[in-house]
Design a protein around this ligand. Sequence first.
Ligand SMILES: NC(=O)CC[C@H](N)C(=O)O
Length: 307
Amino acid sequence: MDWQAITARIEAAVAPHIGSGKVADYIPALARVDPVKFGMAIVQGNGEMITLGDSHEPFSIQSISKVFTLSMALRLYGEQVWSRVGREPSGSAFNSIVQLENEKGVPRNPLINAGAIAVTDMLVAGSNRDAMVEELLTRFHRLSGDTTIWIDEEVAQSESATGSRNRALAHFMAAFGNMANPVEDALHAYFRQCAIRMSCRQLARAALFLAYDGCDPINRDRLVTREDCRRINAVMMSCGHYDNSGDFAYRIGLPGKSGVGGGILCIAPGHGAIAVWSPGLNASGTSMVGAIALEELVEATGWSVFG
Ligand SMILES: NC(=O)CC[C@H](N)C(=O)O
């Protein structure tokens, strides 16, 4: 693979679009992020890392954390996870509440807010609200070999202060008996997992196990079974970008997860993990420039799972 040519191609493709999209502004810490930032890291199974732009700069991973909590829950609870959340694309916004009533408090999938809150609730029930997030953080430290990954307390507090909608989702689930803990305990953990800051380099490295059947190819840590790894990737492909999941699959053809901090994590099974970050979002909360960079990457590498 001629990575020099590929990175040049990606840089040329994103250049005219840098700064496009709308930076999330529901909390000050996200609103003040420089919109022209762009970073990307591609980590392969042998540990080789290709980077572009601001790949070292930590950003708020937000909903990308949902992939990692899902993998923790599947490891702890196996099939039981699917009694608390479904695995169908929602076709709705990440924080939509309407489906929850029709579907009796069981969220469509674990990658929308309601589903991720239910998953976090399961993890809190198996531990406690602070220990669960510590475990997630420790997992990131171990996988990326970097103990500097941290929780941005300002973001965590703002998430909580502006979290009425997430509270509504959680209370709605509680009304249907789909919460094991007091709502505020699950939300405390959920707001904190969203507030983790990581760079593209750290994030791609931490997700490498998802490209290699659930086992980190470098330190040989098994995080999830081969079957669960395949299932997580399937859920990312069908649900990772809310009502933008179909378009993302059409354009990029890789399992992915977006976050409103402007990050996108993508898995290229058997090839590697990719993290890209650029703060401007489309209407569904997916990084505009990030998606363009990924489109170019799959074009150049042939890494789309659809060839
Ligand atoms: N799509 C996202 O990244 C949403 C995460 C955001 N913290 C929320 O819970 O609403």
